[in-house]
Design a protein around this ligand. Sequence first.
Ligand code: SF4
Length: 223
Amino acid sequence: METLDRIPLRIGLEEVRAELGNGDRDLVQRLLDKETSWIRPRAAYGVCRVTGKYDRAAVVDGVLLKSRVLAHHLKNGMRVFPFVVTIGRGLESRADATKELPARSCLHTIGNLALNKARRYLKNYLKKHSAHARLSHLSPGSLKDWPLEAQRPLFSILKGAERAIGVQLTHRLLMNPTKSVSGIFFPTETPFESCQLCPRDPCQGRRAPHNADLVKKYGIDSL
Ligand code: SF4
């Protein structure tokens, strides 16, 4: 397993304000100045091979991943990248210790933005170092097709994640620190986002419109 220990991040005032729906400029700036040093963005990832392929599952480094979406995208011999990204516990602890609600909410927003940026950094890093022009990803729990239970096989591939970057899988299949994200990057010819298959509406984090035809194509409309 590989790690990125120092992911560089820049979080801008206006992007935090936009996430907060035009948040208080002075508050956001004060928290950015004072609190972002608590963010510790790190990643652990594997460079793995698809070693088996079925209609509704794929095998990665000998571990069965049950998902029609992954079965659709992954091909035998393909190189894929299971990953965990975290920003650590620091900012979250600061947010939890903050009594002032707007400041707490702002700190959580800054943390979520930082986590998304760290995941994007890893994606771009992998693209650059693997010579894949396009990578898409799927995360456990983002679709019924790959529910939270998929954390177990994923973490069995990423065995050293806790030691390497301090991310632990709890018995409830959540991650500690909570500002962490896991998943698998895989090469695709056309961009894929789990949001295309997800009916949640409204969703503030939506990255692509829902596509009913694609839902049928993947055969996940019957789930
Ligand atoms: S639409 Fe929202 S809930 Fe659904 S996959 Fe996208 S971000 Fe997640």
